[in-house]
Design a protein around this ligand. Structure first.
Ligand code: B12
Ligand code: SF4
Ligand code: SF4
Length: 232
């Protein structure tokens, strides 16, 4: 590349490097110094590029990576795979990588609300106008330079227009209330035989009941994988 490296160059390289793994650039957040996450050199980040899956986009690449290892990726394989895919790109671009499951937890959902204009559903998961509840975050890259922040379109919030709200009525444990998700009844239910045959094998029934972006629902094996990871 000749001439100064622009924000567009960095984001294009990022897109090209991650797309084969089914990981997409979801948006970019710019920070004032006092709210910024810290880079590996101790300086505040000026911007963060948010990376994630849309629908089951990561599943084929993740499965292929797992199939190639004798330990199938060991403990927390999805977190290990995310690091294997994202860390080399961070290094190449001189960025700091953050991962959603690594403490201290970075505010991934707040970043997504700013970068993509999303809002939370009653399940606690942010709902996307196209992908519904079927998307997630695999990492983020912090930069010491300013990248052009994405300005979300003025998106309407799907839950405001959802008359029947099937997510509230379908949970067998009544864990989804209008004012939020209750962990204890959900966890208790998952340990029962009914929970094992239902949510644990085919995915959270309340999440599956949402009509928005239903065509992007994760494949059954992925639903099963995420539920098994929760039920520890
Ligand atoms: C701890 C945690 C949980 C806890 C919730 C405990 C709690 N009451 O906070 C538990 C284990 C219950 C949980 C469950 C799930 N989680 Co969770 N979780 C997280 C984690 C690692 C940290 C949350 C946090 O405190 N962040 C720090 C604060 C400062 O950041 P924040 O942006 O301000 O956090 C917001 C959330 O805490 C949110 N919130 C509050 N209560 C709850 C409860 C739930 C269930 C969720 C999802 C969010 C949520 O409100 C905050 C304000 O915006 C995040 C990753 C991350 N780093 O954020 C994922 C995350 C929020 N989880 C996520 C998901 C997908 C789930 C599950 C659906 C997993 C699954 N089975 O597929 C389930 C929910 C359904 C269910 N039946 O359990 C996604 C959400 C993606 C999205 N589209 O919004 C995230 C971002 C992880 C990721 N890799 O993408 N989760
Ligand atoms: S079922 Fe309706 S209220 Fe529930 S998450 Fe989906 S759109 Fe929102
Ligand atoms: S996993 Fe099952 S019990 Fe838990 S919130 Fe979803 S539907 Fe309810």
């Amino acid at each position: 590349m000749t001439g100064p490296v622009t924000s567009n160059d960095v984001l294009s390289e990022l897109r090209a490097a991650l797309a084969p793994h089914g990981v997409f650039l979801r948006g970019v957040v710019g920070f004032a110094e006092e709210e910024a996450p810290v880079l590996t050199d101790g300086q505040p980040a000026k911007s963060v590029a948010l990376l994630g899956n849309v629908g089951g986009s990561i599943w084929p690449a993740f499965q292929c990576w797992r199939d190639g290892r004798p330990d199938r990726g060991g403990e927390n394989p999805l977190d290990r795979w995310s690091k294997a895919v994202i860390e080399p790109v961070a290094q190449y671009l001189g960025a700091t990588a953050y991962f959603p499951s690594d403490p201290p937890w970075q505010p991934f959902q707040q970043w997504a609300m700013r970068a993509e204009g999303l809002q939370p559903s009653p399940l606690g998961i942010l709902i996307h106008p196209q992908y519904g509840l079927w998307h997630g975050y695999r990492g983020a890259l912090g930069f010491e330079r300013e990248l052009a922040a994405t300005i979300p379109a003025n998106q309407s919030h799907a839950c405001d227009y959802c008359r029947d709200k099937p997510c509230l009525s379908s949970c067998p444990a009544n864990a989804i209330l209008a004012d939020g998700f209750q962990i204890t009844p959900c966890r208790t239910h998952l340990k029962t035989r009914q929970g094992e045959a239902g949510c644990l094998s085919t995915g959270c029934i309340a999440r599956n009941a949402c009509p928005v972006g239903a065509e992007h629902r994760y494949p059954v094996e992925q639903l099963h994988f995420h539920m098994a990871a929760l039920n520890l």
